[in-house]
Write a protein that binds this ligand. Structure first.
Ligand code: ZN
Length: 196
């Protein structure tokens, strides 16, 4: 089946701290597309194996089937037949995620991207800043500070791990507001995520 896009596509970014409802919002948008009988394909990086290897699962246990991919370039081929493409945990992809998503949108597809905007140091995470720049729509999701109840825009790591990527949930992280967020002490650890 050949599909000639009649309209330009676009990029939507949903971003914020952990526990801010990013995956919930991603699932909500993709479900609506499925209800409208649009062809939906959902991808996530293989690094994220929380709960279930094949489903995107939000903290409130909503789920939607997804395809784990090793690299961003895998998405191009696997998304060829989709009208709407979802990408979760986009901060974990290498920088090639940016041209991949740009090309999909240029090709007439709607791409909905969810990811953490900041890492545990409060610094930009992966390709998220560039994706926000290229997006037509950006939604910042806020959590509630687990210390004081103010709107939370930071992810506080509760362990001493210095790597940028440490997979965990409420055992390792808290949502914090800008007043309660405590960046890790000392100089920035060696950056393995390629974000700055
Ligand atoms: Zn606070």
């Amino acid at each position: 089946m050949t599909q000639t896009p009649r309209y330009a596509g676009w990029i939507e970014v949903i971003t914020g701290s952990m526990f801010s409802g990013k995956s919930e919002e991603l699932i909500r948008r993709l479900r609506r597309a499925q209800i409208a009988r649009q062809r939906v394909a959902i991808f996530k990086p293989q690094i994220d194996d929380r709960f279930n290897s094949d489903d995107i699962v939000s903290h409130n246990q909503q789920r939607i089937p997804s395809i784990p991919v090793a690299t961003a370039n895998d998405i191009t081929e696997l998304a060829a037949d989709a009208d709407v493409i979802g990408v979760d945990e986009a901060q974990f992809f290498e920088p090639e995620i940016v041209p991949v998503i740009q090309n999909l949108a240029d090709g007439g597809k709607r791409v909905v991207v969810a990811g953490l905007d900041k890492d545990f140091r409060g610094l930009p995470f992966g390709a998220m800043p560039l994706l926000m720049i290229h997006a037509e729509y950006v939604t910042k999701t806020l959590a509630i500070c687990m210390q004081c109840g103010e709107p939370a825009n930071f992810t506080q790591r509760l362990t001493q791990d210095a790597e940028q990527i440490v997979v965990g949930e409420m055992d390792k992280y808290e949502a914090r507001c800008r007043r309660c967020f405590e960046p890790p002490p000392g100089p920035s650890p060696v950056n393995e995520g390629g974000d700055a």
